[in-house]
Design a protein around this ligand. Structure first.
Ligand SMILES: [Mn+2]
Length: 254
C-alpha cells in the first residue's frame, strides 16, 4: 500500500492523468490524496471530476473549492454570482452537467486529514499553535508569517516546528515546491503546489518512498505567474538514495 499526494490540480486534467500514469497509480494498492483546489482556473474541470470519480481520490477543501461551493449553490438556486467573472462562469459551465454531484462531494471535503502517518491541509497551519490553534480561514489561505496579505515574505512553514509526522500542503504556487527535512533527512513539511495551472508543473509525492514525481503543467496557460520567480525553496533532490525527482524541471519553480 502506497500513499500518494498530488498538488493543486486547478482543472488540469491532462497533467493529472499523465502524473497518475507516471506514478503507476493503482486504485487497489494506492491511497490517493489531493491538496485541494481541484477544478478552478484550468482548462478541463470536468475531466478532473472524471478522474476523481475513477480514482476515488480523497481531498482536503481548498479556498477555490470553497468558492466553487458558493458558486454552484448560487447557480443551482437561480443566482447569477458565477456570471461576474469569466473564470467563474467558465468553470461552472464546464461542471454544470455534474453540478449536483460535484457539490455533494465538495461539501463533504474536510479542512484537514489527520492520520498517524501524515497531516494534510490545503494552505497550512498556525506555526506556533498547530492544527488545534488554526482557524478555517488559515487552513484555506495562509501563506505568510507573520500573517500578511500578499505573496512576498517568509512562509508559515519557515516557523513551523517539526512534528512527529510530515505536514503536506498546497496552495502556494508562488512559493513553489517545498521540502523541509530534519537532520536525519526525513521530511517534516512538504508543499506540493508547483504552479501547474501557470504552465509550470504538477507534482506528486510518494510518502513511503519519499519520492517526488513531476509532469509538465498546462502548456497553453494564459495565466501569468503570480509573482516573479521566488527564491529557491529548500529543495534537496536525492535526499535519500533513489529519491531524485523524475522529470523535475531545471529549476524547482520552473
Ligand atoms: Mn489555494
Amino acid at each position: 500500500m502506497r500513499t500518494l499526494f498530488i498538488g493543486d490540480v486547478h482543472g488540469c486534467a491532462q497533467a493529472l492523468s499523465a502524473l497518475l500514469a507516471r506514478l503507476d497509480y493503482d486504485r487497489h494498492t494506492d491511497r490517493l490524496y489531493l491538496t485541494g483546489d481541484a477544478f478552478s482556473r484550468g482548462p478541463d474541470p470536468l475531466g478532473v471530476w472524471d478522474i476523481v470519480r475513477a480514482t476515488g481520490a480523497e481531498m482536503v477543501l481548498g479556498n477555490h473549492d470553497d468558492w466553487l461551493i458558493r458558486l454552484l449553490e448560487d447557480r443551482l438556486s437561480g443566482g447569477t454570482l458565477c456570471l461576474e467573472k469569466d473564470k467563474d462562469r467558465d468553470q461552472v459551465a464546464a461542471l454544470w452537467p455534474v453540478a449536483d454531484d460535484v457539490l455533494v462531494w465538495l461539501k463533504a471535503r474536510p479542512l484537514f486529514i489527520d492520520t498517524p502517518e501524515f497531516l494534510l491541509v490545503h494552505a497550512g497551519v498556525h506555526p506556533k499553535a498547530g492544527l488545534a490553534g488554526t482557524d478555517r480561514s488559515q487552513l484555506l489561505t495562509i501563506r505568510l508569517w507573520p500573517p500578511a496579505k500578499g505573496i512576498i515574505g517568509p512562509r508559515w512553514h519557515d516557523f513551523y516546528e517539526p512534528a512527529d509526522k510530515p505536514i503536506i500542503f498546497g496552495h502556494d504556487a508562488p512559493g513553489g515546491l517545498v521540502v523541509k527535512r530534519r537532520r536525519d533527512g526525513t521530511p517534516y513539511a512538504v508543499g506540493l503546489d508547483s504552479g501547474c495551472v501557470y504552465g509550470r508543473s504538477l507534482t506528486g509525492y510518494v510518502l513511503e518512498d519519499d519520492r517526488f514525481v513531476q509532469v509538465p503543467g498546462w502548456e497553453d496557460s494564459p495565466w501569468r505567474p503570480e509573482a516573479p520567480a521566488p527564491t529557491a525553496p529548500a529543495w534537496r533532490p536525492g535526499g535519500r538514495p533513489g529519491a531524485a525527482p523524475l522529470g523535475a524541471p531545471a529549476s524547482p519553480n520552473g
